[in-house]
Design a protein around this ligand. Structure first.
Ligand code: FES
Ligand SMILES: [Fe+2]
Length: 339
């Protein structure tokens, strides 16, 4: 059901503090905190004695003290104090998960700790470039399986109906899509030529008149989606594009973390190459993105329920080719990992 040997976003970095925070990830209950010097820690949220969640205990000198009988666990999950016992029981341990702070997010490795390597966390091109601006991350909880979100993020057609007042424009409903497979996942893309920019982007692009627009929808295994939009004046776009000063580029990075089979935590951030010091614009983009993702959530939660309760098997359309291929490829990776 899940690819375990992978980094998942657990929370915004600002959400993990020097206090206990309980999160459920891939169906596992995990307690997070930061040590006094700011390093994030993630432990199994269950005391090995009577299974009280450790998140109901307290943080004591960088360790967690269980709130029932005071067993204390360090950041490696080893018991370091057992006040009611003459000695520390050797089997008193909890699982400790590799964690990392990167891109303003706390990441957790859900597989074999030996395979965790921070270099496997996604790199964002131009992240430190002064010519690019980040709209810092936000998040939502969606009551649907994470694969409905990856389906949606490989489906540029949906904007014509789900985001009618923001991302939709002439051409989003019927321009043919191309699928490209990479070693990390799939890309669905298309150029839409000589059309008015959609309402969300119209105030942002740096030219008047019609545009050529690239929609690049990419999902990397298991559930990281990169959604790139490029806008250039009409006549300049196309596969051999040379990005000039009039190109407006916005890349949305979307990180999906399964909570369990029916719920997903959705984190995102946006990166753009214009108006880099315009905080008002950054706020507009942030609220516009959230509005759009709430539109997605409403549809995808209803799709999850609709398919869970269906009495006749639902059908697929041509626009589902990429998401179906992605699901098949991911299943092969999951099967290989668990074999
Ligand atoms: S339940 Fe944790 S010490 Fe007893
Ligand atoms: Fe959407």
């Amino acid at each position: 059901m899940y690819l375990r040997n992978s980094w998942y976003v657990a929370a915004l970095s600002s959400e993990i503090e020097e206090k206990l925070t309980a999160l459920r990830i891939l169906g596992e209950d995990i307690v997070f905190y930061r040590t006094k010097n700011g390093e994030p820690v993630a432990l199994e949220d269950s005391c090995p004695h009577r299974r009280l969640p450790l998140s109901q205990g307290r943080l004591l000198n960088n360790n967690i003290e269980c709130g029932y009988h005071g067993l204390q666990f360090n950041r490696s999950g080893q018991c370091v104090a057992a006040p009611t016992q003459n000695r520390i029981p050797p089997s008193a341990t909890v699982r400790s998960y590799p964690v990392a702070d990167k891109l303003g997010l706390v990441w957790i490795w859900m597989g074999n700790p030996k395979n965790s390597d921070e270099r496997l966390i996604i790199d964002i091109d131009n992240y430190d470039s002064p010519a690019w601006e980040i709209t810092s991350g936000d998040s939502l909880t969606c009551a649907c399986n994470y694969q409905y979100l990856t389906d949606n993020l490989l489906d540029p057609s949906h904007v014509g109906w789900v985001h009618r007042s923001s991302f939709a424009a002439e051409g989003t409903d019927n321009t043919p899509l191309e699928i490209m497979e990479t070693d990390k996942g799939l890309i669905v893309h298309r150029w839409i030529y000589d059309k008015k920019p959609p309402p969300f982007y119209e105030p942002l692009v740096k030219f008047k008149g019609n545009c050529d627009r690239l929609q690049h929808y990419e999902v990397q295994y298991p559930c990281t989606a990169i959604n790139k939009g490029i806008y250039v004046p009409s006549g300049k776009g196309g596969p051999n594009l040379k990005v000039d000063d009039l190109a407006y580029i916005m890349i949305s990075y979307n990180f999906l973390t399964p909570i369990d089979g029916n719920n997903t935590r959705y984190h995102w951030l946006q990166h753009r190459n214009t108006d880099i010091n315009n905080k008002k614009l950054t706020a507009t983009i942030a609220s516009g993105a959230k509005t759009a993702f709430l539109e997605d959530r409403k549809v995808l939660e209803a799709v999850h329920t609709g398919i869970a309760n269906e009495t006749n098997r639902h059908i697929n359309l041509g626009l589902d080719s990429a998401s179906l291929q992605f699901r098949r490829n991911l299943k092969k990776l999951i099967d290989k990992e668990s074999s």
